[in-house]
Design a protein around this ligand. Structure first.
Ligand SMILES: *Cc1c(COP(=O)(O)O)cnc(C)c1O
Length: 338
């Protein structure tokens, strides 16, 4: 099956599986797993930070960041579209007693600094205390401009806030701009990285920060049931992903661009080419039934999510021929439904 639903669907390669099988392991709760320790050091170095923490998921890594920067009754600023506001079950509120304060994202994914400033609460017993600004890069496949990151960092500093990056797909942003991870990470006090999306590891994310933050996060991770034992088997996959699957993200970006430009030729679809910056294509159906298209494609070995605006994600398990197959079959569906 050719799966366009997400870059989370990637399967570990033969070589990755071999490294997992051969990984040296120990009890990571005792700090004894050499493969986990090696991964954490490697990731911290790539980001230019002191420390990193291997986590079970991106959701967990974001939650640990929020709980380590903020205390009960504090508040974080984020976008209405932020994954750690919308798609993480309200975990910061439920488990951290931390209140989100979202503001509307600009079309390019940035958050307007004047709107953020207006939401920062004065020091008054009526209000939650605003502690943190959380950004996301890439967001909806879009890359936040480096200049904006510098402005946001200065803004946070000037207002006494910490600044966190949900960098689930930060390597897509880095590769797109031909920058090292550290060039993006330098603008933040912490960042999360998903190993299990376009990088192709089966499980795992990282939280990166300074020693003090990571020590706090390690404590919360244990409390939340995320202390894994011989996790080196998973860390080995993540390490392989960081060493082998970063530069190749450029292929996913080229495939997405190819797919988008082909689909934009079809009059039944509207594709916003400005939004195609990394590995995501958004195509709006002008009246055709998304479920009927989904069904048609599924019978031909292609999986998509059904929605009026299709989100098609490229990744290391789909190649150029798969793009063309999707285009051909989508055309055939429209032709039979005119
Ligand atoms: C996927 C994703 C996460 C969460 O990662 P999981 O490993 O699925 O929990 C967080 N933020 C963003 C932007 C994501 O895309």
């Amino acid at each position: 099956m050719i799966d366009f639903r997400s870059d989370t669907v990637t399967r570990p390669s033969e070589e990755m599986r071999r490294l997992m099988a051969d990984a040296q392991v120990g009890d990571d709760v005792y700090g004894d797993d050499p493969s986990v320790n090696r991964l954490e050091e490697y990731a911290a170095d790539l980001a230019g930070f002191e420390a990193a923490l291997f986590t079970s998921s991106g959701t967990q890594a974001n939650l640990l960041a929020l709980m380590s920067h903020c205390q009960r009754g504090d508040e974080y600023l984020c976008g209405q579209q932020a994954h750690n506001y919308r798609f993480e079950g309200g975990g910061a509120a439920v488990l951290g007693s931390i209140q989100p304060q979202p503001v509307e994202n600009n079309p390019d994914g940035t958050l307007p600094l004047d709107k953020l400033a207006a939401q920062i609460k004065p020091d008054d017993i009526h209000f939650a205390q605003t502690r943190l600004l959380s950004l996301e890069n890439t967001i909806g496949g879009k890359v936040l401009p480096q200049e904006y990151l510098a402005q946001a960092q200065r803004f946070a500093f000037d207002h006494g806030l910490k600044i966190h990056l949900d960098g689930a797909r930060v390597f897509n942003a880095a590769v797109k701009q031909q920058l090292p991870l550290s060039a993006i990470a330098q603008h933040f006090d912490s960042l999360t990285i998903c190993l299990s999306k376009g990088l192709g590891a089966p499980v795992g994310s990282l939280l990166v920060g300074d020693e003090a933050l990571i020590n706090k996060a390690r404590r919360w991770r244990k409390m939340l049931g995320g202390g894994m034992r011989q996790a080196g088997i998973l860390a080995a996959a993540g390490h392989y992903a960081l060493e082998h699957n970063v530069e190749r993200l450029a292929e996913d970006h080229a495939n997405a661009l190819h797919l988008a430009s082909e689909l934009s030729q079809l009059e039944e679809l509207e594709v916003d080419m400005a939004q195609v910056q990394t590995n995501m294509v958004f195509a709006r159906l002008k009246g055709q039934d998304p479920r009927a298209l989904q069904h048609h494609l599924a019978q031909r070995g292609i999986i998509i999510s059904a929605a009026n605006t299709l989100r098609l994600v490229t990744h290391l398990d789909v190649d150029r021929a798969d793009m063309d197959k999707l285009v051909t079959e989508t055309k055939a569906f429209f032709a039979s439904n005119r």
